[in-house]
Design a protein around this ligand. Structure first.
Ligand code: TA6
Length: 289
């Protein structure tokens, strides 16, 4: 597959001319670039490290099989630091969209104490203004069930996070991980970011909008992902991350589609599927919640 010109270490490119994505399949199948009309939509830190020892700081790391710290392996699980296989593509569909499929099984994962057989299949489809994600978790066992969390840890690139807002969360109960996980209710039509924010919105609506400016909005359509996580490390936490610039908190916000407030229970031979569709909206596109 032709090496791409986007951030370093990217090995798979889906290219529709001015619309491209780049994936680092060797490092968690992490998407590290999504361009629409040649404009970058994802944030990747200038200090990101590509040593597969921890997640790439940016793009779309895949959180599996656990969200947050856990005794059985690395924080947020191992899927985002292991080598995935390119199972298909990139191939062009009849409508011009470009598709690629990546996969990983328990045979490939780094050693952790989580010793269940599994297969993850990750399908990406690049459209003219959209990026579709589908991730399937299969339990090949004939007699052992397992539980897991799954989340797409999307880092959106913004001009100034203080001018952004996220709509589609009003009325949700959220777990506030900046305040020891206490639960509150979101009463605002739009969530703004003017301090350290780390919230798990539970059972959130299937659609949110990231309003980056009056001229640029992204529709986030979730498929079978009940929760939405919103995170910005703000000043102090930015300084504490060696793979993140001190000022970079102003240029990013994470709006993450996932299944994290409750674990998924996957019975033998069953496959769980979820995903999201990101769409860059033109300035005149109205937001209908
Ligand atoms: O995005 C939510 C979150 O769980 C935050 O608590 C923050 O830790 C972030 O993930 C990044 O985690 P990482 O392990 O990638 O540094």
């Amino acid at each position: 597959v032709a090496p791409c010109t986007c951030p370093p270490h990217c090995t798979v490119t889906l290219d529709r001319g001015l619309n491209t994505i780049c994936i680092v399949d060797l490092h968690g199948a992490t998407i590290v670039s999504w361009k629409v009309n040649d404009e970058e939509q994802l944030f990747v830190s200038q200090n990101a490290v590509y040593d597969c020892k921890k997640a790439i700081r940016g793009g779309v790391p895949i959180v599996f099989p656990h969200f947050g710290p856990w005794p059985l392996g690395p924080r947020h699980g191992f899927a985002r630091i292991i080598t995935w296989k390119v199972e298909k593509g990139p191939v062009k569909r009849d409508n011009g969209d470009i598709e690629a499929v990546f996969s990983v099984t328990d045979q490939d994962r780094t050693k952790s104490l989580w010793n269940f057989a599994f297969k993850l299949t990750y399908t990406l489809v690049l459209g003219e203004k959209t990026l579709q994600f589908k991730i399937a978790v299969h339990n090949p066992s004939k007699n052992k069930e397992f539980t897991f969390n799954l989340l797409l840890h999307t880092y959106f690139k913004v001009q100034n996070v203080q001018q952004c807002s996220i709509s589609g969360l009003k009325g949700c109960i959220f777990r506030d991980d900046t305040k020891n996980g206490i639960k509150s209710k979101e009463n605002r039509e739009t969530v703004t970011i003017t301090e350290f924010v780390d919230r798990v919105y539970e059972d959130a609506p299937a659609q949110q909008f990231l309003i980056k400016s009056q001229l640029s909005k992204i529709r986030i359509q979730k498929l079978n992902f009940p929760d939405t996580v919103v995170w910005n490390p703000w000043i102090e936490n930015s300084k504490a991350m060696d793979d993140f610039g001190d000022e970079e908190y102003l240029q990013m916000v994470c709006v993450e589609s996932g299944h994290v407030s409750e674990p998924v229970i996957l019975r033998p031979s069953i496959t769980f599927e979820a995903g999201q569709i990101l769409e860059l909206l033109k300035s005149e596109d109205q937001i209908t919640l």
